[in-house]
Design a protein around this ligand. Structure first.
Ligand SMILES: Nc1ncnc2c1ncn2[C@@H]1O[C@H](COP(=O)(O)OP(=O)(O)OP(=O)(O)O)[C@@H](O)[C@H]1O
Ligand SMILES: [Mg+2]
Length: 315
């Protein structure tokens, strides 16, 4: 029986530390104010937004060291269902400084801990166990050092064996080493460019690139996110353009994770894929209305969903 709507995998979680200072400049001590600690990392962000949108979710992630303990404790305090794999290394920290005099944002993302082969195998095992009772599995984010680039392919294969639809949102080697078993792949146009080594300037080129991934059998659906320009959805049968919903300028951090969560939640509601993608577009835009990587609110996402235009079929 499927008891969890969405199980997420977050191989490289982070303790997000956010603070502010008047001006960022070298040498001087920068006195900072108002520090916030939040659990972060792709899969954890997706689980958060899925919960906010009313789906049951569970995050599987490796964590260790003081930052890992705090990530774990914060998630437990929030009531998020989780399965933590304890590791010997230290979970990374991601340090954001908001410069109040300019509204600029400086983001320092530290490398993740090296995962041993046994720790990687444990992550896969726990993901598999959780996936047995899930409707969808979503893996989002980078792979930490030591994890082979075909790790997400192993996850895709495990999901295929279990008959669970697998969503993947990653970049770099984690993306280029996947060749089958993905239901929905969500590259941003930047990630798609890097993955294929092409410029992809025009919509026609972006569509051709997404179609190529579908034709190769990498994924059944490719959702190319275009930031403030909306998104393109390509399946074996058709292609659609989704206009963005206009929102005031804000922090787009986590927009992609919210988009993936929105699509998965839409599908758990039994909606057709194009309707689910509209919820994804709305959830992505709703992230600009909350500070930093804080999850969007359900109210904003549902209100913006009502403002999304129906998709346009493209050739
Ligand atoms: N400024 C914006 N205005 C309206 N909608 C936005 C904006 N930025 C993002 N979105 C919505 O969120 C979706 C995901 O955003 P985006 O393409 O930036 O993905 P991302 O995964 O956050 O990018 P990357 O991984 O390259 O940093 C977009 O397709 C769009 O629907
Ligand atoms: Mg992204």
């Amino acid at each position: 029986m499927r008891t969890t709507d969405i199980v997420t995998l977050c191989m490289n979680p982070a303790l997000d530390i956010t603070t502010s200072t008047a001006v960022v400049r070298p040498t001087e001590k920068l006195r900072c104010a108002g520090v916030r600690y939040n659990p972060g990392g792709g899969g954890i962000n997706v689980a958060h937004v899925a919960e906010v949108l009313g789906a049951s979710s569970m995050a599987v992630f490796p964590a260790g060291g003081p930052a890992g303990e705090l990530v774990h404790r914060l998630l437990v305090a929030e009531g998020l269902a989780l399965h933590r794999v304890s590791i010997g290394g230290s979970t990374r920290e991601s340090f954001t400084v908001n410069e109040t005099s300019t509204s600029g944002q400086y983001r320092f993302v530290l490398p993740g801990p090296e995962l041993t082969v046994a720790e990687q195998a444990e992550c896969l095992l726990q993901l598999r166990r959780a996936a047995e009772s899930a409707t969808f599995v979503v893996a989002s984010g980078s792979l930490p050092p030591g994890v082979p680039e075909d790790f997400y392919q192993r996850v895709a294969t495990a999901c295929s064996e279990l008959g669970v639809k697998f969503f993947l949102d990653t970049s770099g080697g984690g993306l280029t080493h996947v060749d089958s078993g993905v239901f929905l792949l969500k590259p941003s146009v930047r990630e798609l460019r890097e993955c294929l080594g092409l410029e992809l300037r025009s919509e026609a080129e972006q569509l051709a690139a997404a179609r190529e991934l579908v034709a190769r059998g990498v994924a059944e659906c490719v959702l190319v996110s275009l930031g403030s320009q909306g998104a393109l959805l390509v399946t074996a049968e058709e292609a659609h353009r989704f206009a963005q919903v206009d929102v005031p300028p804000g922090s787009g951090v986590g927009a992609g994770d919210a988009m993936v969560a929105g699509v998965a939640v839409g599908l758990t509601r039994g909606w057709p894929l194009t309707e689910a993608v509209r919820l994804g577009v709305a959830a992505g835009a709703a992230m600009l209305l909350t500070p930093g990587s804080a999850p969007c609110t359900r109210e904003d996402a549902e209100r913006l969903f009502a403002q999304t235009a129906p998709p346009v079929t493209v050739r």
